[in-house]
Design a protein around this ligand. Structure first.
Ligand code: SAH
Length: 306
């Protein structure tokens, strides 16, 4: 900033400097790049070491150039803002289209789920280079060999949980945080556990930035659930396990529901809906074949989260 002032108003810069230095008779200022030199004395004069004689003694202290630069700057800022607004509108349009074609038309009818899918900006949950593909109905890579789930599956699992605004939900497999955000639009609080620390940390920061302050992210092995916050009205597992982890069943409330893909990694897996009735009896129903990333375990298994 001081440099800009000095370039644009060398006389003013020198005046300020001169005042600050107790008004010495001679001070000089050489502008970097152009090499134009300004000196003060009894008479202010300038010397130009540049070989353009007509510029000598004619410092550009006029108002036109700064105003011109300022206008250019304003135009740049406005067009950047417009670009961003246009992009946001595009994403909104794409989101509506996705929800209509691949969610509502595919049988998801719970309006609460539809509204949530319309509100969460999926483009914010995918790496920069996949933003343009954010509204394809496909999983996308999020790093560390993991993926953000397909939007239809996110909507389906959310609908199967039959959650409402007073519920507390546990998610195992935070990943990008997208499924947690979709739930957070509906329920009171979401507790979500991620085993890969960098993913968990960036999801936590992202959810915070987007204002999802009812989501709590923990880094650790989700096999053990989140004892301190249990029991849960609903539990969702977004990685395929070879069995339903008993600690998760134990942390499910009576009358609660759990949605979990079960199967061997990379083999056909089945999305299961688990219900615990009022007496604590468990029933399991197969919903549809799915392909999730594997539910992994830490070598040093412990239920101590980070
Ligand atoms: N729900 C996520 C998708 C997650 S992909 C989203 O909306 O983006 C599955 C995630 O489960 C991966 O990030 C993987 O690291 C995590 N995961 C696998 N095993 C886990 C475990 N034992 N505990 C917690 N997270 C686990």
């Amino acid at each position: 900033m001081p440099y800009c002032i000095a370039i644009t108003y060398p006389r003013i810069a020198m005046y300020i400097y001169r005042q600050a230095e107790g008004c010495p008779d001679n001070i000089s200022l050489t502008l970097p790049l152009s090499g134009v030199q300004y000196r003060t004395g009894m008479n202010i004069h300038q010397e130009n070491i540049f070989p353009y004689p007509d510029r000598r003694c004619r410092p550009r202290t006029g108002i036109i150039l700064p105003v011109f630069y300022f206008l250019i700057l304003i135009l740049l800022v406005i067009s950047a803002e417009e670009c961003k607004a246009q992009q946001d509108t595009d994403f909104k349009t794409q989101r509506r289209r996705l929800v209509k074609l691949h969610i509502a038309n595919e049988g998801i009818s719970d309006q609460v789920v539809i509204r949530s899918m319309l509100s969460v900006p999926r483009e914010e949950f995918v790496p920069e280079r996949y933003r343009k593909q954010a509204y394809r109905n496909t999983p996308l890579p999020i790093g560390y060999g993991q993926t953000i789930s397909q939007p239809y599956i996110v909507a389906l699992m959310t609908e199967l949980l039959k959650v409402d605004k007073n519920d507390t939900v546990l998610e195992i497999g935070t990943g990008s945080g997208y499924q947690a955000a979709v739930l957070a639009e509906i329920v009171q609080s979401v507790y979500t556990v991620e085993i890969i620390a960098p993913l968990g940390k960036s999801a936590r920061a992202r959810l915070e930035r987007l204002g999802y302050d009812n989501v709590h992210v923990r880094i650790g092995d989700g096999y053990f659930g989140w004892k301190e916050a249990a029991p849960f009205d609903a539990i969702i597992v977004t990685a395929a396990a070879d069995h339903i982890p008993p600690p998760l069943l134990a942390q499910l409330k009576k009358g609660g529901r759990m949605c979990i893909p079960v199967g061997q990694p990379y083999f056909p897996q089945v999305l299961k809906l688990v219900k615990k009735d009022a007496d604590g009896n468990i029933t399991v129903r197969d919903v549809l074949p799915v392909a999730f990333v594997p539910f992994t375990r830490k070598d040093n298994q412990t239920d101590k989260p980070e």
